[in-house]
Design a protein around this ligand. Sequence first.
Ligand SMILES: Cc1ncc(COP(=O)(O)O)c(C=O)c1O
Length: 312
Amino acid sequence: MFGVLQALIVSCCGCFHGRTLGVISMSCDNDATRGFGPLVPGHLKVDFGDIDGLEKIFKEHGDRICGFLFEPIQGEAGVIIPPDGYLKAVRDLCSRHNILMIDDEIQTGIARTGKMLACDWEGVRPDMVILGKALGAGVVPVSAVLADKDIMLCIKPGEHGSTFGGNPLASAVAIASLKVVKDEGLVERAAELGQEFRDQLRKVQQKFPDIIREIRGRGLLNAVDLSSKALYPASAYDICIKLKERGILAKPTHDTIIRLAPPISISPEELTEASKALSDVLEHDLPQLQKQIKKPESEAKTPVCDRCGRDL
Ligand SMILES: Cc1ncc(COP(=O)(O)O)c(C=O)c1O
């Protein structure tokens, strides 16, 4: 066995696991890492969705790798969905090499993608699941790490803790929110509304085929992927500001992707309103923005990840 200092964790390029020091040490987001430190060593990177790359790393360093940390759909990276069969292949590789499969479902979990967990899309059971956000019903800050006892009890009671860990009120809210998800059929609701929403967004894409490159997503976690050339000098951020002015809250990721993750309680009419707002922004606001925005030529360049050197 290797000591803790020699153990390695593998994570994916483009990952986002939050802003604590351990996970920003694996981050490909320059904004999350620049100016923070010292970063923690002991991790390796692999392309998301690249099972051959993962196998190679496991074969080369498997005796030192303790875990593979991944998002089943990369949210911050722009709702990137892995190729079919990826999650199953990860499960298989992790089992073969005795490496923990650590599934970060903070963004994708609890009905968001039209399954209780996004790993359920491939019927896969990870060794550890990380939950947050929806667990507190969007009201109470609560997150959780789930694992079987043989893994969880590697840390003995009392060895690790935090001021608010195990908070009774937050725990009660988490249990109640899981009950609401089940009783109100929110998994099925996210699946159905998501399909309908993507159908509407694809109609907007047909109207603006040069601007919208792709509509993708699962359940109510969706992205509108825009062409940087057709947007220039505007960006996804500018489009989101215009959407906000039309009553729709959406989040840009990178310069060209809009992430749409509405509450699962949203009505079909509100989703239609959102699709219409996007269409209106592209038709009426974008040409105005393109006349107004002045950007220096240097900003037209694609930013590059400090860690991997890849285009962001
Ligand atoms: C996939 C994923 N992991 C981790 C986090 C970070 O969670 P926290 O802010 O609780 O550290 C986020 C937050 O957005 C996330 O989307």
